[in-house]
Design a protein around this ligand. Structure first.
Ligand SMILES: *[C@@H]1O[C@H](CO)[C@@H](O)[C@H](O)[C@H]1NC(C)=O
Ligand SMILES: *[C@@H]1O[C@H](CO)[C@@H](O)[C@H](O)[C@H]1NC(C)=O
Ligand SMILES: *[C@@H]1O[C@H](CO)[C@@H](O)[C@H](O)[C@H]1NC(C)=O
Ligand SMILES: *[C@@H]1O[C@H](CO)[C@@H](O)[C@H](O)[C@H]1NC(C)=O
Ligand SMILES: *[C@@H]1O[C@H](CO)[C@@H](O)[C@H](O)[C@H]1NC(C)=O
Length: 481
């Protein structure tokens, strides 16, 4: 079964990414704080030459690294960072923001970095310092995400609410760990999405509300104040100024800022990208800037956003199940192939658009569920016991497509799957005193949906990508590239 499914993947990807059983335990060198990654044409470079990103999403790093009194767990943090480093990971996309609410919600990161405009939880901020210091020691650089379209970190909607006298936020359906069904042991889940009867609104209503951030002057001012506070901070662990530390490769405007549903030259997203990226540039001239766009809405919006002069490279997120291409209860090879074909075309299209804009592009989010048809009649649809035949075949295809594009001089510069859950599992989860379990999936979605676990084959696929590309770069540079 496993072999026949894997063989469905494109031959190039499957052979190029043969799986190492024992990823190297050797630790890469620490990041030299002066070795800033820079853009050269369609490539990223650092002092060693070509820089290819083998990334993972690890958005909760600041909370895991925070003091135990804030729900942090240092031992889990260093265990997981060591696991990722041992698989060749050289980049993590993390949150450098999270906003609290006057009324706490179960589906938002807690405790937040910023409780109210300008009012910080210094213990969580120190978590971000610790996170960056631990990354730096392991040779891992970071994308620092400064805001969020979605409700799980507060984000746009929270800024808009603050700026409009705490207007109630029309939250869309969001995971609630204490909703039925419940397990017999308290605080272990399962839970469910909130429904209309619980007060949930539509995603359209929510986006319309959240996107007022593009035009609300007060919300924008508070957001810029936050940007300045983070970028000019001095790390309390290693004494480095954030904007003088090459561990921070990129400042990212927001996670998945949404445009209007189709291209319009007057979309307020475009001037907002210009204003905010220009503001970041003058505070952080040595580091890179990206937007965090999914790039799901076609060529015109992709180009309008990414041609902003202070945006250094484009970003893409590829979500086959969320976009209706893949059905997680359908075990057929045709279903898998539909996902693989979509991903391959998405990578080809966005590589071409990026080349036309003249900038590199980074696949900084994609995910695939486990073989959840095995869980269909069980107590929870996302049990970690399900196998991963589709996930592994899909990872080989999409990562293979990016690696192939990179090798032939295309615009792609790396991949970054969603999201590292490490040692966490839904079966053994226990909510902490803040209601958090810190799965790879953020708290507004069912925990375990897209998690990558430390024992997953997908981590070996990530590791072989890194080894394969590193060998190619070495050979290519020897030959005078
Ligand atoms: C912290 O992480 C360790 C693994 O490193 C785990 O065994 C322990 O249960 C975690 N503690 C809490 C309070 O979650
Ligand atoms: C979560 O579920 C519990 C139990 O059903 C309910 O009391 C609570 O109001 C819910 N919270 C939200 C924000 O929907
Ligand atoms: C599974 O997916 C394939 C490909 O999309 C489709 O042709 C087939 O009808 C699906 N089967 C079921 C039971 O939905
Ligand atoms: C790729 O672009 C073509 C048109 O150029 C379009 O028809 C197709 O839907 C796109 N595919 C994806 C997955 O973006
Ligand atoms: C190095 O890469 C470039 C494209 O990026 C390619 O044209 C060239 O053939 C490569 N050289 C070797 C030796 O692989």
């Amino acid at each position: 079964m496993k072999v026949s499914v894997a063989l469905l993947g494109f031959a190039v990807a499957a052979t190029a990414l043969s799986t190492p059983r024992n990823p190297s335990k050797k630790k890469p060198n620490a990041v030299n704080p002066k070795d800033f990654v820079y853009v050269d044409g369609l490539r990223l470079k650092d002092a060693k030459g070509l820089h290819y990103i083998t990334g993972l999403n690890y958005w909760a790093c600041l909370n895991l690294a925070a003091d135990a009194s804030q729900g942090g767990n240092y031992s889990r943090l260093v265990t997981e960072l060591d696991q990722m480093a041992a698989h060749g990971v050289n980049h993590l996309r993390i949150m450098a923001s999270s906003e609290g609410a006057p009324t706490p919600q179960p589906f938002r990161m807690s405790p937040a970095l910023m409780d109210a405009p300008g009012k910080y939880n210094e213990k969580v901020f120190r978590g971000l310092d610790i996170c960056l210091d631990e990354l730096s020691k392991r040779g891992i650089r970071a994308t620092m995400t400064l805001n969020d379209e979605w409700q799980w970190s507060g984000g746009f909607a929270q800024y808009v609410s603050w700026a409009t006298e705490n207007t109630e936020i029309p939250y869309p359906p969001s995971w609630n760990m204490t909703k039925a069904p419940q397990r017999s042991n308290p605080r272990t889940g399962w839970g469910d999405y909130s429904a209309t009867a619980d007060g949930a609104h539509s995603y359209n209503e929510f986006i319309t509300f959240a996107n007022q951030i593009y035009t609300n002057a007060q919300a924008e001012q508070w957001y810029k104040d936050h940007i300045k506070t983070v970028i000019t901070r001095r790390n309390t662990v290693n004494g480095r100024k954030y904007n003088e530390d090459a561990t921070i490769m990129t400042w990212q405007l927001a996670n998945e800022p949404q445009s209007l549903s189709s291209y319009s030259p007057s979309d307020p997203l475009f001037p907002w990208v210009n204003r905010i990226s220009g503001y970041i540039r003058h505070l952080a001239p040595k580091q890179l800037i990206s937007v965090g766009l999914e790039s799901k809405q076609g060529e015109q919006i992709f180009k309008a956003v990414h041609q902003a002069p202070d945006v250094d490279y484009a970003t893409t997120h590829c979500w086959v199940q969320n976009w209706g291409v893949y059905d997680m209860y359908n075990s057929s090879e045709a279903n898998l192939k539909a996902a693989q074909d979509f991903a391959t075309a998405f990578v080809a299209n966005t590589s071409r658009w990026a080349r036309e804009v003249g900038k590199p592009v980074f696949l900084e989010e994609f995910g695939m569920v486990r073989d959840n048809w095995e869980n269909a009649d069980k107590e929870y649809p996302y049990l970690s016991s399900a196998s991963t035949t589709h996930k592994d075949a899909y990872f080989n295809t999409i990562i293979g497509a990016v690696v192939a594009d990179f090798k032939k001089g295309g615009a792609y510069v790396g991949t970054c799957p969603w999201a590292y859950g490490g040692i966490w599992r839904p079966e053994t989860q226990v909510m902490n005193e803040f209601g958090m379990v810190w799965a790879g999936d953020p708290p507004h979605e069912s925990p375990g949906w897209y998690d990558l676990y430390d024992t997953d084959e997908a981590m070996n696929i990530v590791a072989s990508q890194q080894q394969n590309v590193a060998a190619w770069i070495k050979k290519n540079q020897t030959n005078g590239y």
